[in-house]
Every structure is written in C-alpha cells, then in structure tokens.
Design a protein around this ligand. Structure first.
Ligand code: NAD
Ligand code: MN
Length: 356
C-alpha cells in the first residue's frame, strides 16, 4: 500500500476549522480503500506562532515540507498582525520557495447551489482560472523611503519575465487543451500597461502556435468582469497575471454561489517541490471560531490534491460525495443561506465516503 505524506498547515482564523475538516475527509477516504494511506503532519505556523516567535514560520520551515507529497493549507491572516506580514511570512514564502508558479482555480455551480446570476443556466458557468503565481504584481519588488515625511515614496514593481510568462501560458494552453471545450481566454491590460502586458500578449500569440487545436481569445481585465457576469458560457479556461487572476477568481467564486466553496492548487508542474492545496478564502474574521465556516472549498481542494497525486478514482469519489452533500439544502452552511455547521457538512461527506 502506498503512503502519501501530507503536511497540514491550518494557519489562522477559519483555516483552523476547515483544514482539520479536510484532514478528516481525507482520512475517511483512505480508510475506505486499500490502495493508499496518508501520513499527516500538522504545522502550527501562523499568527499564534508569530506572537510566540516573531516569525510566521521557522527559518528552516521549508525543509520540513520538502519531503512531503502535498501540502494542505488553510489561511494566513490574523486580526492583530498586518496582512502583508502574515501573507509574505507564510503563504507566499511557501509558494515562492517551492516555485509553485501555476495557481489553478476551478469554478462551477455545484448541484443545489444557486448562482446569483439570473441568466446562468446549468453548465453555463464551468471555468478554470490559471493564475500566474510567482511574479507580476506580487513579485515583492519595490520599496519605501522617507516614511512619514511629505516626500514619502512607495513602489510595488510588477516584474514580468519572458521565462515566467512562457511557462504559465504554456501551462494554460495545455490545460485548455485537456478540457472538452479546448478554449482559452487570455486576460490582458495591454492598452494601459504598455510594456509588460504587451510582451504578455506577444508571448500568448507565440505559444498559441504550439496548440493549433486550442481556440483562444483575448480580453481586457475590466471587460472580462462584465463578460463573466453577462456571458458566463462564453468562457472556459482563463489565464491571467497574479493580481488580475486574484481578483477575477473571487468574482468567479461569488458568481458560483460563495467564496466558501472555491478551491485552489498552487502547483509546481515540474514536481521538483511539493504542491500546495487550499481554499481560496481567507481567515474570515467575522465567523472564525464559531463552527460556521463552509468546508466545501477545502474538500474540493482535497480533490485537486488527490488528482495531483494521480489518485483519480479517489478524487472522483470525493467530488461525488461533495456534490451529493451540496445537493441537499439541509446541509448548506450560512454563507449559502442555510444553517448547517462545519461539522455537519464534514460528517455528511465522511459518511458517504465510508458508506455509512
Ligand atoms: P475572507 O475570505 O477571509 O472573507 C471574506 C468574506 O467571505 C467574509 O465575510 C467571510 O465570512 C466569508 N467567507 C470566506 N470563507 C468562508 C467560508 N469558508 N465559509 C463561510 N463564509 C466564508 O477575506 P478577507 O476578509 O478579505 O480576509 C480576511 C483575512 O484573511 C485577511 O487577513 C487576509 O489577508 C486573509 N486572507 C488570506 C488568504 C490566504 O491565506 N490564502 C486569502 C484571502 C485572505
Ligand atoms: Mn485572493
């Protein structure tokens, strides 16, 4: 029997509720078959760790993760610590340290869940957003000087490299090619950002020639928000820069019913390092510690984790259980208009997986 070593990093806020729920579901899945088992290791990094040690994770933290087959992550973000410290000190440290340059974010209207879009029929909203996850607007390059003085200056420089753009666009075209529609929309802003985004467009055209069977179009990011609302069925696979895709994917999640159901995979497609799977939502300060969090985004992230490990049958079984649970409105959490608790949803999914 195969053993997969999984690092669990709940982090902060509702991450500490949904990651244990995800672990429970993975354990139930493993117990129901004999192909593989999981060996979990929990890491208590995050806001409390910061209060005790002055850092979000230990300096050699990446070494503890390096040998894992995958990482299940919750959220970085604490009400008492500035967001740029929590994000850069934990999540981005792992994403960048392990060169997880492809951030994959599927969105679909699951059974039993209503899209706020009146004009959205079944199957109209079935997207995968590919987010560049290693450079662009979140490269971390920039600085501040003369703080507090009238001449204070601050910059965040967006870095786009040919190598970085090539690899994410190739990844996106390949992903589009693997989906039934074989269609890719390249998000840009080359009308206003006249250097890097123009190079982005040029490289998209170059890469498109490697994928003659994939149809593709280009959309300015502002126009893309309107297209997502007005013509959801015209989109399938979408690729965008770090910042653009960050924003578009929260919109996508809301259009599919709730931020609480949306999953994401931070992939190192070359598999030099472990990849990291997490719900797209954050710490949700307004509901943390109350058992109200929707764990579906984490469970769907576990589906992506299983797919990454090559366990396609287990992934399909988990997705089936998730869909059976969302189809039952009595099991909807508060964000979906219901009154079920995190534990109710978790128990229902585990029950289906273990045949009880
Ligand atoms: P958020 O995702 O935490 O919350 C936005 C809204 O969505 C809140 O009203 C929240 O209650 C609701 N929500 C989110 N997930 C939910 C779930 N699973 N079930 C039910 N409701 C849910 O975004 P925010 O308020 O912008 O950020 C809060 C903190 O989280 C900040 O510190 C931020 O930096 C951090 N954050 C971290 C990550 C990450 O680590 N990947 C991502 C986003 C935000
Ligand atoms: Mn985000």
């Amino acid at each position: 029997m195969k053993t997969y070593r999984i690092a669990c990093i709940p982090g902060d806020g509702i991450g500490r509720e949904v990651v244990p729920a995800g672990r429970e579901v993975l354990a139930a899945l493993a117990a129901a078959q004999t192909r593989f088992r999981f060996e979990f290791e929990n890491f208590d990094w995050g806001g409390d760790y910061y209060r005790a040690h002055g850092v979000m994770m230990p300096a050699d933290g990446l070494d503890a993760l390096r040998g894992k087959d995958a990482i299940l992550f919750g959220s970085a973000g604490d009400p008492e610590i500035p967001d740029h410290i929590t994000l850069w000190g934990l999540r981005l440290k792992i994403c960048q340290g392990f060169d997880q340059y492809a951030n994959v974010r599927p969105t679909r209207v699951l059974p039993g869940i209503d899209s706020p879009l009146a004009r959205c029929g079944p199957g109209d909203l079935d997207w995968v957003i590919v987010r560049e996850n290693s450079e662009g607007e979140y490269s971390g390059v920039g600085g501040r000087a003369h703080q507090g003085h009238p001449i204070e200056v601050a910059t965040d420089v967006s870095i786009m490299t040919r190598a970085g753009v090539l690899r994410i666009l190739r990844f996106a075209f390949r992903l589009a090619q693997s989906r039934p529609r074989k269609h890719l929309t390249v998000i840009t802003k080359s009308n206003a950002q006249r250097h890097a985004m123009v190079m982005w467009d040029e490289i998209a055209l170059e890469v498109s020639r490697e994928f003659p069977d994939v149809t593709w179009d280009k959309e300015l990011v502002d126009a893309a928000t309107a297209r997502m609302v007005n013509r959801p069925a015209s989109l399938d696979t979408i690729v965008a820069t770090n910042l653009h895709a960050d924003i578009l994917s929260d919109l996508a999640a809301a259009l599919a019913g709730s931020l609480g159901i949306a999953p994401t995979a931070n992939l190192d497609p070359e598999r030099r390092y472990p990849s990291m799977f997490e719900p797209i939502h954050g710490s949700a300060f307004d509901i943390m510690g109350r058992g109200l969090a929707n764990p579906i985004g984490t469970f769907w992230s576990c589906v992506m984790l299983l797919e990454h490990l090559g366990e396609t049958a287990a992934a399909a079984a988990l997705m089936g259980a998730i869909e059976a649970v969302t189809a039952n409105r009595a099991l909807h959490t508060r964000d979906l208009g219901g009154s079920a608790m995190t534990a109710d949803v978790t128990q229902a999914v585990c029950g289906l997986l273990s045949g009880k």
